[in-house]
Structures are given as C-alpha cells and as structure tokens.
Design a protein around this ligand. Structure first.
Ligand code: PEP
Ligand code: MN
Length: 626
C-alpha cells in the first residue's frame, strides 16, 4: 500500500541538501531561530527583501512571523506578504513552526533597573511589553529586530535596555535584569514556512483575502481571518472547514480571494490511499458507551477474566475491577483456543452472566465474537464486540460485526501489518460501524521469552495514520503477569488511549491464560498510576490507596522542582540578577491557574506555597530589593 504522504510532513530537509532558510533580522533574533529549525539561516534586512529573495530563488524557504500569541497577527510581516502576493508572487505556505519567545530585559553590566529610560526592541515585541514599559516608566524605541536591539544597547550604553532573547543578550555582553517580560506568558510566535509555489504543496491552507465582505463571510464560517493594518489580509482554513469555505467562495464568486499554493481539493485526501474512512484526516474519534469513553483524551481500562468461568466468578471480578477503576468489564464466552480439546467457553449462557455482572457495577461489557453467526445473538447483550487477533482478517466476520450496531474492538493479528490492520478497520467502518477501537496485542517475532512482542513502534505508526482510539493489551502481548505493568506503562507512554487487561482472583486455577492474569490488587495499582479514579462504591481504604499514589508523585515532583530552584539560583547569582522576580512569579501563578479541573483558590494557594518553598531553597532572605 502506498502512503501519499505530504512531503512537508515527513521531509527532513537537512537529510538531503541544505535548505537555505531566509528570515528577516540578524543573527540571534527569533527569526533566525525559526530559520535554523528549517535549514541554514540566511538573514535579510526587511520582510520585503526576504520575500524578494524567495522569488529570486536566493533562498529555498522564507520564515515569516505570521501570528504572535499575544498581539495576534504580525502586521508588518503580513502586510509585506500581501504586497508580494498582490504583486503576482507565487507562494505557498509549506508549514509552520512555533518559536517560544522568552523575552528578557537586558542592560549593560552595572545599569540598574531604575536608571532605564529607553527600551529598544522590534516594534511588535515592544507592543507586547506594555506592562513592562509602564512599570519602568521608560519610552519604547523600535529597531529592526531583537538581536539588533541588544547590540545597539551594548554599543550605546547609558540608561538603555533591550528586550530580546536571553541568548541574544548574553551574546551582546548584556546582563538580563528581568525574565519573561512579555505581557502574556508563555509566549510564542508562529512562523509560516513560505516556499515558491512550484517547489512545495501547501500544508497549511492559507487564503489571501482582499475584501472586507469576504473576510466577514469567512469569519462567519469559523475561519481565523488575520488582518494587517486593520483590514482582512489572510485566512487560515482548517481542513474540516474547507467545504464551508468553498461554499463561501462560491457565494462571493471567489472575488477578492486567492489561495497561497494550489487550491485545495475540497474532498479531503485520506492519509492512506484506499482507506478513506480509517485514515480520514479528522479530529480523534471518541468511542462512548454510557460512562465508558475512549479516544480524544479520554482514557479507558477494560479489565476482566480471559474467560467467563461461572456466574459467581464473573460477578466477584466485576466488583473487583470496578473498585480498581476499570471503565469496562471484559470476559470471553466464545474462546479461540489453539487446541480443540481446551475449554471453548460457556457460550451465550456465560454472556448473560457477564452482562448481569457488568450491570451490577455499572460497567459496559466487552466480549469476543468468532463467527458471523455469533454476531447477532452476542450483539443483543454485549455492549462492545471484540474481534480477536486470529480473526483480524476474517472479512466476513468484520462485515457482520461492523453492521451489528455495537462498537467494535478490533485486535491486531499477530502477523498483520499496520496497514492490513487499518484495512480491517476500514471493513468495520464501511459496514456502518463508526465506533471502532483498535488494539495492539503483541505480534509474532523470533522472541521466545514473551508470548508476543508488543509493537510500540506499530502503535506510534498507527497513531499517525488514524483518528480511531488505540488500545494496548499487555496481557496477551507478554503472557506473563509480572511484565504487564511495565508494558502497560510503556504503551501509555507511547500515547495509547486505553488498555485491555486480564484479571483473575486465583490465576493459578484459571481455565484460560492464568499466567498473564493480574490480581485485582495489581489492577488497582495500575489504575492509580494512570490516574483513573476508583469506581463503584469504593471503600475508604481503596480511595486512600489512590490518594497515596498521587502523594508519592507530588512528593517526587516537588523535590525535583526544588532541585531546579537551587540551579536557577546559581545561574541568577552568576549573572548578577536579583533572586526574586515578581514578573516570573506571576508567570508561575498563571500556569497553576490554568490547571484544568483545579478551583482557582486552590491553584493560587498551591502556587504561593511552591513559590515560597522555592525562594527558601534559593536562599532568599527577604533583604534584597525586588
Ligand atoms: C482475548 O482477549 O481473550 C484474546 C483471545 O485475545 P487475542 O485475540 O488478542 O489473542
Ligand atoms: Mn486471554
């Protein structure tokens, strides 16, 4: 199967030839930093000169600061781009890079904060330092770029300071007096990677907009319209909005609009040719069944026995896995066994036990179907159908399961490539099932020490190609319970949305897959590590175990933070800057106030105590001027 991959998504320009990446400004500026990410930086004096260099072929790419997180569109840069496009330049936006902007206020050694009367920097940068300028009571003097500001300040001396990067300050021989001086922190600038139209297809859909009417129309469709000097200049169109924009363009008869780069085909190209549904470019799919949710940031743990052995066994395990924090109950009732003489599952009777057990603790149930004929009766009771590894490429089964009206968990076959696995998912989607989850459960390799080899690389590759939720099954991948927690962590670290884990109260006497079954208490630890709260009427003691695990983590993190505070104190003393920095403290506070799910008062108290602890290890005695 061929992957029609946009060269901009994967190409490492440095790997082939050195890309000449032009930017406006001087060595040490943020533009230079953006350019260095894309190739060999080539400086130019002005934005117009930069775009002229691109048109003349003197550079392969032009890095243009398009949007600043604080001030929004960068007027000067966009106005130059508009002039170039309107003048007939054929350009495409091949991608974008975000450069974090940590700005410092720097002055020659010996100059005190109170003495600063003039602050030099690039105009857009000065606009985002209004708070600083007001505090200092200093006037702003715009110069070409931030690195130039540092050099001018170093050369002229006096009561002047520059706002620039720390590197530029140190390179010019200045001393940073204040850190993080921009009004909103953390700040960053999005640079567009412009290419001559012929050399690169657009990966960012940018439209030049010249009429206010079209700008308003696009704005109504939800498109971000960037203005330069007060009038609409460019629209950045996200892929999902392309059809709406196409309609808006038709309505305006496309007057006042021109694409930077080839006009995008309105039908989205899938990531893998031939798999339009499984590899459609769209936001992550979230599979949900009642309270169970997985994908797009929602995490799930499906846990339970390999096989449902008895009503009593599955009832007890359901309570145990719910208490641990699992979000769905699994259990096999039709078992695919290597030997025809092994236990084959208790069939539909066991499914009724499984369903009742799930209902008793409020968990949806997941069970495997092995044959098309099983799909109908199983789908009547099961909340999720599982298609097992052995049946990953059983296309008749996939068609039947995909049409059953239930979400499907599709395991990857142990000899199935990622593309083949996604093709199997395509069968399910094509049959009408939108709620598909994919599960990597170990592939066959030469390795004998584990039952399978959990293919983390394959999981990461699949993550790039599909919007469907990805799960990992560390139980079948390892076949050994002592390896399950480690593999689970590795999979979670690789970004899976969920896990499916086998659990048994007495693994030594399990009818199936005992050696890989976790005890319920092992599952509790796993759920605690992954931040899933204990479920269904937990005991005080169970919730306390979960809290203990959070406390251990917080303790480790605070110790690490204090270690870093000691290091920053050394750096501050070496640079001769004050230990205490009110602006920096505001930044730290702002970060905690952004913590999702934390009430403001709690976030504030937490930040205050961390700042106080930090100052204490930094050796701040309260005597120094702030
Ligand atoms: C199972 O989940 O019990 C199972 C049989 O898994 P797999 O199809 O991955 O072997
Ligand atoms: Mn099993």
């Amino acid at each position: 199967m061929t992957h029609p991959i946009d060269p901009n998504e994967t190409e490492d320009p440095c790997a082939r030839r050195v890309v000449r990446a032009g930017y406006q400004g001087r060595h040490g500026s943020f533009g230079a930093r953006a350019a260095a990410r894309c190739g060999r930086p080539v400086p130019t004096e002005t934005f117009d000169a930069l775009l002229a260099a691109l048109a003349a072929g003197d550079v392969d790419e032009a890095l243009l600061p398009a949007v600043d997180r604080v001030i929004g569109p960068v007027d000067e840069a966009l106005a130059a781009l508009a002039r170039a496009v309107d003048g007939g330049a054929r350009l495409s936006v091949a991608g974008q890079v975000e450069v974090p902007m940590r700005l410092v206020l720097a002055a020659p050694r010996g100059v005190l904060l109170e003495e600063i009367a003039e602050v030099l920097s690039q105009a857009p940068v000065l606009r985002q330092c209004e708070g600083l300028l007001a505090r200092l009571g200093a006037s702003a003097l715009p110069v070409e770029d931030t690195a130039e500001a540092a050099r001018v300040v170093a050369a002229r001396g006096g009561g002047r300071a520059a706002v620039c990067s720390e590197e530029a300050a140190l390179e010019a021989g200045l001393v940073p007096l204040l850190e993080d001086v921009s009004d909103v922190r953390p700040n960053g600038t999005l640079f567009w990677r412009l290419a001559a139209r012929t050399s690169a297809p657009a990966s960012l859909r940018v439209l030049r907009v010249t009429t206010a009417r079209l700008g308003a129309l696009l704005g109504q469709s939800g498109v971000d319209v960037l203005s330069a000097a007060g009038s609409p200049a460019f629209a950045v169109v996200p892929e999902p909005l392309l059809p709406a924009v196409a309609a808006a363009l038709r309505e305006s008869k496309a007057q006042g609009a021109a694409w930077l780069g080839p006009s995008p085909d309105v039908a989205r190209r899938p990531r893998v040719e031939g798999l339009p549904r499984a590899t459609d470019r769209r936001p992550p799919t979230v599979v949900s069944v009642g309270a169970f949710r997985v994908g797009g940031g929602a995490r799930a743990v499906i846990a339970g026995p390999c096989a449902v052995e008895s009503e009593e066994q599955v009832g007890r395990l359901a309570r145990a896995v719910a208490r641990a924090g699992a979000t769905a109950l699994r259990g096999g009732v039709f078992k695919p066994r290597t030997s025809p003489y092994s236990f084959q599952g208790h069939g539909l009777q066991a499914l009724r036990w499984l369903k009742a057990a799930g209902e008793s603790v409020g968990l949806p149930v997941v069970t495997e179907v092995m044959a098309p004929a099983q799909v109908g009766p199983v789908a009547e009771l099961a909340d999720v159908l599982q298609v097992g590894a052995r049946n990953c490429q059983n296309y008749d089964l996939l068609k039947e399961a995909g049409a059953a009206g239930r979400p499907v968990l599709l395991k990857r076959g142990f000899g199935t490539t990622v593309d083949e696995w996604l093709s199997s998912a395509e069968y399910l989607l094509d049959a009408g099932c939108e709620q598909v989850m994919l599960c990597e459960r170990g592939i066959r390799t030469f390795e004998q020490s584990t039952r399978g080899t959990l293919d983390l690389g394959g999981l990461l590759a699949a993550r790039e190609l599909t919007h469907l939720p990805l799960l990992a099954d560390p139980s079948h991948a390892s076949g050994r319970k002592e390896l399950v927690p480690g593999l689970a962590r590795a999979a979670w670290g690789a970004g899976v949305d969920g896990l499916i884990v086998e659990v048994h109260a007495a693994p030594e006497s399990a009818w199936c897959d005992g050696p890989q079954a976790l005890l319920p208490e092992d599952l509790e630890r796993l759920c605690d590590d992954f931040g899933l709260p204990p479920g269904a009427t937990p005991s005080i003691e169970r919730v306390r175990t979960a809290i203990d695990s959070v406390d251990r983590e917080i303790g480790r993190l605070v110790a690490r933070r204090l270690g870093l505070c000691r290091r920053v104190a050394e750096a501050k003393r070496a640079a001769g800057v004050p230990l205490r920095d009110a602006v920096r403290e505001e930044t730290v506070m702002a970060r905690y106030l952004e913590t999702p799910g934390m009430e403001e008062g709690a976030a504030r108290r937490l930040a205050e105590s961390l700042i106080a602890m930090g100052l204490s290890v930094e050796g701040w005695t309260g005597e120094e001027a702030t």
